[in-house]
Design a protein around this ligand. Sequence first.
Ligand code: PHE
Length: 443
Amino acid sequence: MSANNTQFFSKIGLIAATVGSAVGLGNIWRFPAEAQAGGGAAFLILYILCVVALGIPVMLAEFSLGRAGRTDAIGSFSAVSPKHRGWRYVGGLSVVTAFLISIFYMVVAGWTLEYLFESLTGGLYSGVSSASTSEAFASKMDTYISGGWRPMVFTVFMVLINLAILLGGVTKGIERLSNILMPLLFVILLAFCIVSLTLPKAGEGLVYFFHPDFSKVTPSVILSALGQAFFSLSLGMGILITYSSYYPPETRLVRTAGTVSFLSILVAVMMGIIIFPAVMSFGLADHGVAGTTLVFSTLPEVFVRLPLTGLWSSLFFLLLAIAALTSTVSIVEVVIRCVQDRLGMSRKAACYWVMIPVLVLSGICSVSMGMFNFLDFLTAEILLPVAAMGVCVFVGWIAPKSLLSNQLTNDGSIRSRVIGLCLFIIRYVAPGLIFLVLITPLL
Ligand code: PHE
C-alpha cells in the first residue's frame, strides 16, 4: 500500500474504482430507456461509437491532466500550465458540478437502499399479488419516494455510509470497497442475464433490443447517445481528474481507458439483455422502460410474477445500491480532495466539512422534487457539457503540447499510436459536438 494512502495500491484496484464510478445509474436505468426510444440496437451502435470516438479521447484528456497535476481538479490546471492561471476556474466548475450532482444523486442512491430494505423485509410486496395492477406498484413508489420522512431517512443513511468509506481514504476506503463490490456487481448482473434468458418471451425481448431500427434515429437521438456516453463515463465531473491523480506513474492510461469503457458498455448491454426479455415476457413493455418508473415500479411487477420474488427483488436493489454507492463516493471524493488540497485540511476534517453540507442539502432535496429536478437539469444540460468542453480546450490548446504525449507514453517508456488522433478529437471534434449539445435546447 502506498505510504500516504493517496495512490491506488493495485492495478485491479484502480480499475475497479474507476469502473465503479463509471458504472452507475446511468448505465443501469437510463440506458434501457434511451435504447427503447432510440431504436434498440441503433441507439446501442451510436452509443458505442460515441464512447469509442469521443468518450475515450476525452477520458484520456482528463486522465492526463489528473496524473500530471497530482492534485485536485482545480490545482491540476495550474500545475500543468502555471502561466494560464485563469483556467483553474474550469476545474472549479467541475468541483461545483460534482458537489451539486452529489446532492441529488445521493437521494436516488437513498431510494435504492430503501427498496433494498423493503425487498428484504417484504414490505414492497405486502398487499400485492401477481394479479395486481401496475397502479399498486406506482402507488407504492409514491409512498416510498415522495413519502415525507421515509426517503429522507434513507438518503441520510446513504450519506453516512459514504462518509464512513471516504474517511478510510483512497486505498483503505475507496479501493477496498470497489475491490469487493465490483466483482459482486458483475456476478449479480450475470445471474439476472441467465434468469432473463430463460423467461418465456426471452427471444422476442432480444429481438426487440438487438434489432436496429434506424428509422428512430433523429438528430436528437444522436445527441442523447453522446450525452449518455459522457454521463456514463463520468466525464466533465472532475472525477477522472481526481481519480487519475491517484494512479501510479506506470499505469497505462490508454489501456485503462479502454478497459473502463469496455466494462461500462458491457453493463449497458447486459441491462438491455435483462430488461427487454423481462418486460416482454410479462406484457409490460408498453408501460415504458423510462428511468424511475422502470426501476421502481415496472421491475417490481416483474419480480412479483417470478418465483422467489423476495430474493430477486433484493438482489436487484442490491445491484442498484452497489452501482450507486461506488458512483457517489467518486463524486464526493472530487470535493473532498479539493477541500483537502486547496485549504490544506486533513483528510478527516475535509470529509466532515464536505459531508455535513451534503447531508443537509440532500436531506432537503429528498423531500423537494423541485430542487431535485432543478439540480438535475442544471448539471446535466449546462454545467457538465461546459466543464467537459473546458477540459478539451485546455488540454488541446492551452496546456503544453507534451502533456498528452508524455502521459500516454508514460514519459516515453511505452509506445502509443493514438496520440495524434486523440489530440485531433480533443481539439476539434469533441468541443464542436459538445457545443452542439449545449445549444440544441435553445434552437
Ligand atoms: N457514470 C455515472 C453513472 O452512470 C455518473 C455518475 C458518477 C453520476 C458519479 C453521479 C455520480 O451514474
